[in-house]
Each structure stands twice: as structure tokens, then as C-alpha cells.
Ligand binder design. Sequence first.
Ligand code: SAM
Length: 377
Amino acid sequence: MENLTVPQGTFQLARFPLRKSKNLRAWDAADEYLLQQIAEEKLLSAESSLLIINDSFGALTTGLASFKPTMWSDSYLAQQGTLANLKNNGLATEQAELLNSLQTPKGPVDLIIIKVPKSLAMLEDQLFRIRPLLHAGSKVIGAGMVKNIHTSTLKLFEQIIGSTQTSLAKKKARLIFSQPDLTLNPGETPYPSSYTLENSDLLISNQANVFSRQGLDIGTRFFLQNLPKSDAPQKVIDLGCGNGLLGLMAAHQNPAAEVTFVDESHMAIASAKANFIAAFGPDRAAEFIITDCLNGIDDSSSDLILNNPPFHQQHAIGDAISLQMFNESKRVLRQRGSLWVIGNLHLAYHKELRRLFGNCREIATNKKFTILSAKKR
Ligand SMILES: C[S@@+](CC[C@H](N)C(=O)[O-])C[C@H]1O[C@@H](n2cnc3c(N)ncnc32)[C@H](O)[C@@H]1O
């Protein structure tokens, strides 16, 4: 845990989940810049309504808890981090209302602060959805690290909210000030969007924040071409399911399989569920779980886990999540059950799998990806 000192106070903050290698802080310079700006410009009073969007681990929500904010996020990890950080600082979790990305905040809102998300589509969706919450005096402030703010980012603010300017950079962070123009008529969010899956007539629906939203990812395609074959009754988990294509195809190839879809993104789970029901109707059994990796899923309960691990957490890059996914897969697999993983060749997942499972088989490799399988013995 590290201390963040801002005009609102000093707060002890940790990322969620807590990891052994604590080299990543729970906030960035853009959070500090925003909190300083809000204090200096006295942008909030006791009566203000405040909406915080994409707070990474609750630094903003904790720092501004006295204004009873609404925190709106697609990420289960971000919300768990926010709850933990509120508690760590002696604040009641009821100080903040936590909404997930599928819910819509109530308006009118006086101040909206939005950390620029990794996905431009997600920003577009969020800006469209906050527009009806604005009044003529509302303030909309975006924040992010300079490297994540592009001309396309500012264009979205300009087109959907109104006239937009940026601040000077401070510690490589920048603020975006967007003046609501209530006369604009930018239309409505185009999300969820869909594409037809190649070699099939399946229409794959994707909420804005879903991995490879515009079309089949090349790694996922290679995985789909090499899925394990079985017609035995099996419990299958699609771990980090995104739009659910891996689990969907596993269910298609094996009518006796029961698939559980797991992701930490609310939009991913909603998309996977919509796609599964569109493909099989409402009666085929399946589960859809929002959690951190396989947290909360029973030990020795699954025969097969399919995993295309993330290598980003919000804007940070690391292999901590894939390692956690492999570790938890070993716990959740039954004896002789197997974990199938796809990774970029340079990621060297085989070393970790061999260390954990004592074995690792190469299923298929092309110029970019390798598919590996490790069996629980
Ligand atoms: C590379 S994408 C794979 C999506 C899909 N399985 C595919 O192959 O197209 C990785 C997925 O892992 C999810 N994810 C990231 N961190 C997670 C965590 N801690 N627990 C569960 N899912 C996570 C992401 O939201 C994302 O949907």
C-alpha cells in the first residue's frame, strides 16, 4: 500500500488484487492532476452531483468520497479495488454508489470526470451515454497520460460533448476540458455492434469494451481451429471469455459440454451471454460469472479450461494476470483435466505451465502464436 497526498488529504491506496510484486501503483499522475484541479478550481460543493468514470482502483472515488460520488466502471477489479480502498481509509463503502457499465447513471450531473479508457470505442460509448445527464452548467473533464490521449480522443469529446481544450501536461498527464453544447445532436451510441463470424452465419455481438470487437482476433481464430475434440460430458470454462467465442465453439463441437464463461468485464459477460443465447437458445445450460480469474469457482470442478490470457490490465502491461489464471486453473481442474492456453510466441507461457503442472504439450504453432496444453496429474 502506498500513500497518495493530494489537496483532499493523504490516502493509502492499493491495486486490486494485491500482488506480491508491488511495482505498480494504484493511481497515476492523471489522477493527481485531476484531484488538484478540482480542489484549486473549487469545482465541487456539498450540493454537487459527481460522476466518476473508469476510476482505476478508486483513487478518485476515495479522494472525493465526501462528495458522495457515483463510480461507473466496466471492471470488476476496479470496483473491488475501490471498495477495498474506501475501507482502508476508514470510509464507509456507502459513501460511493458503484455502477457497472451496463447500468446507466442518473442525471443531472454537475461534474463528470472520466479517465480516458484504453478503448476508443468505450470512450465513445461512455460519452454518448453521459450526454443525456448534462445540463448547461455541467462540467466534463477527461484525464489521462499524454501517451494515451490522441487527436481521435479529443475529436470524440468535441463531437459528442462540445468545444474541447486540453491542459498543459504535468508529470506526463493531461486534462481535457469539454464544454457541454446542448444544441449538438450527435446521435446515439453505436454499441453493441456486431460482425458475422467467418465460415458461419453467426452474428457476434460485442459491447464497446470487448476485446477484438470489430472482428475475429487472429489468435482467437488460430485457437478456434485447434480446439480439443471430445464428445464426453464435460465441464468447460472459457476463462477471460471476452465475447465468448472459445466457449461458444467448444459448446458447438461438443453438445454434451456444459460451459462456464468467466470475465472481469461486465461488457464481456453481457456479450458472451447474448452470443451464447443467440447460438443455442435459452434452454442450453451455461453459466456466466463476473469475477477475478477463477475466484469463487469450486476446486476440482472442471475438465477443460480454455484461456487466451490478457497481457494488459487497463493501461498497464504485465504477466501477473496470466500467472494467476494458470495457478487458479490448476486448483479448479479435476485430476486429468487440462488447461489449453494460447499465447504470442515471445510470451514463453510454456515455462510457467511446466513449472506449475509438471508438463506442457505444444498443440499447434504458427508464425505468431502457440497453443499449449497442461494436464493436472
Ligand atoms: C485476450 S482477451 C481474450 C478474449 C476471448 N477469450 C478471445 O479469445 O477472443 C482476455 C480477456 O481476459 C479478461 N480479463 C482480464 N483480466 C481478467 C481477470 N483478472 N479475471 C477475469 N478475466 C480477465 C479481459 O476482460 C478479456 O476479455
